[in-house]
Structure formats: structure tokens, C-alpha cells
Ligand binder design. Structure first.
Ligand SMILES: *Cc1c(COP(=O)(O)O)cnc(C)c1O
Length: 246
């Protein structure tokens, strides 16, 4: 079935069609700036669904759970760029880095301790490779007690620690989830993350343009793009609603 929209026609019943539609919306929202990356969040979704997006040309995917990612990654094409976007425990770092050989980015560094473990584990298994592992610092921009992420006030310090003390890592930017306001948007938190980037750049000597902002999900990615997101993480709007009943 084709659903008519003002700009274009998209088959919203298929993953490929929704992918196209979301990409068009990102492009539209970013019309005055660089095109942000779309990370398709595939948690709970089967290999066949990921393959469908892959066959439509998509390469960046995000997963939340180490066990799920290390089961899926080896069964899928090796040129997929995986983004780890879930809560990461220190004792799972080895499993993640070993089990996912095409890891593009760990977006959820939340402490110095975790940064050091990831850095050391990466260096230990890099075997002479000079490439650093790209990481983002996850910021709890909304200050919710149960939400993963470092406090806004400690973000710049953690960024400096990664740059100065973690030779296995390359600081690529900041990530946040935020809390939806009454409109379902996270606009205040997007602004907070932008300010964190200013502070992180000052603390590290990096340019603003060297630090990405990973923000925006299915319900608010267009707003996030308008607010300066360079990487949106979209799950259900592309892959369909998640079923947690099993
Ligand atoms: C699940 C998840 C997403 C995607 O959520 P949707 O609302 O389905 O787009 C993005 N980021 C993180 C950290 C997630 O856990």
C-alpha cells in the first residue's frame, strides 16, 4: 500500500520504504546543514529485518544488549557499522569487543572506569593496529536518577580523561536520550547536549566540529536534527514497533 505524503510516495508497509521515508525527513530537517547519519536501531529485531535494511543500502545499525549484538553480528555482512548504544558493564566489554568485529562506535561511555576498561581491552586485542576505537560519552542531560549517563557537570572532565588517558580510544562526540516533554520532544535536553559539547571542546582542545552529537529517536529525530544532531538513532519508525512480550 502506498501512503500519499506531500513530497513523495513511500511504501510504509516495508522496512525499505520506511527507511526511505525517514531518510527523506532527515534530509528535509537538515536542509541548511550537513546530512546527519542515520543509525537504525535493530534491538529485538530478527536478522531478516536487518538484512532488509542492509539490502536497501543501509550500513549503520545500533544495538543495546551485548549478548544480542554478539549473536547477530557474526551472522550479518562484515561491512555493517555497529553502534553500541546500551548500558555497558565493565565485565561485558571483552565480550563486546571480541564478539563484534565491525564495531564502529561505543556511544555509551559513562565513567572514567568504563573508559579505561574499554581502552585497555581494545589495545590488548588490537594486535599492532593503530586504529583507535571511536567512543561517545553518554550524558544524562535530563538528570533523571534511573537514566544511564554521566552528569552534565562531569561530562567535560570525562571527555578530557578519554583524550588524555585512554590511548585506545578516539573521542567522537556526545550522546543523549533525554526526557520527552509534554510534546514528546526532548528539545531542552538537545540544547543541554549542545552546551556540553562547547564545554567538552574547551576541556579537550578539540574543535566543535570534531565532536558529534548523537541525539534524536523515532519521536523526535527531526527536532534533534534542527537542534544540531549529527547522528540520529531511529528504531521503531524504520523497523516497526518492538515486541517485548516473549
Ligand atoms: C531503543 C533506542 C533507540 C530507538 O528508539 P525508537 O524510539 O524506537 O526510535 C534509540 N536510542 C537508544 C539509546 C535506544 O535504547
Amino acid at each position: 500500500m502506498f501512503v500519499s505524503r506531500s513530497r513523495c510516495l513511500f511504501d510504509l508497509q516495508s522496512i525499505a520504504g520506511r527507511l526511505e521515508e525517514v531518510q527523506a525527513r532527515i534530509k528535509h530537517a537538515s536542509q541548511f546543514g550537513a546530512l546527519p547519519r542515520l543509525v537504525v536501531v535493530s534491538k529485538t529485531k530478527p536478522l531478516s529485518a536487518i538484512r532488509e535494511a542492509y539490502d536497501a543500502g543501509h550500513r549503520h545499525f545500533g544495538e543495546n544488549y551485548v549478548q544480542e549484538l554478539v549473536e547477530k553480528a557474526p551472522q550479518l555482512p562484515q561491512d555493517i557499522q555497529w553502534h553500541f548504544i546500551g548500558r555497558l558493564q565493565s565485565n561485558k566489554v571483552g565480550k563486546l569487543l571480541k564478539g563484534c568485529t565491525s564495531l564502529a562506535c561505543v556511544e555509551t561511555i559513562t565513567s572514567q572506569k568504563l573508559a579505561l576498561v574499554v581502552s585497555k581491552t581494545w589495545e590488548a586485542q588490537a594486535l599492532g593496529s593503530l586504529a583507535r576505537l571511536r567512543v561517545f560519552v553518554q550524558v544524562n542531560s535530563s538528570g533523571e536518577t534511573l537514566k544511564n549517563g554521566i552528569d552534565v557537570d562531569h561530562c567535560a572532565g570525562l571527555c578530557r580523561f578519554i583524550v588524555n588517558e585512554c590511548p585506545g580510544l578516539q573521542l567522537g562526540g556526545l550522546m543523549t536520550i533525554g526526557a520527552p516533554d509534554s510534546s514528546g520532544c526532548r528539545a531542552v535536553d538537545f540544547e543541554t547536549l549542545r552546551q556540553c559539547r562547547v564545554d567538552a571542546a574547551a576541556a579537550t582542545g578539540l574543535e566543535l566540529a570534531q565532536l558529534e552529537l548523537s541525539m534524536g529517536m523515532s519521536n523526535d529525530f527531526e527536532r534533534a536534527v534542527v537542534e544540531g544532531s549529527t547522528s540520529v538513532r531511529v528504531g521503531s519508525a524504520v523497523m516497526g514497533a518492538r515486541d517485548y512480550s516473549e
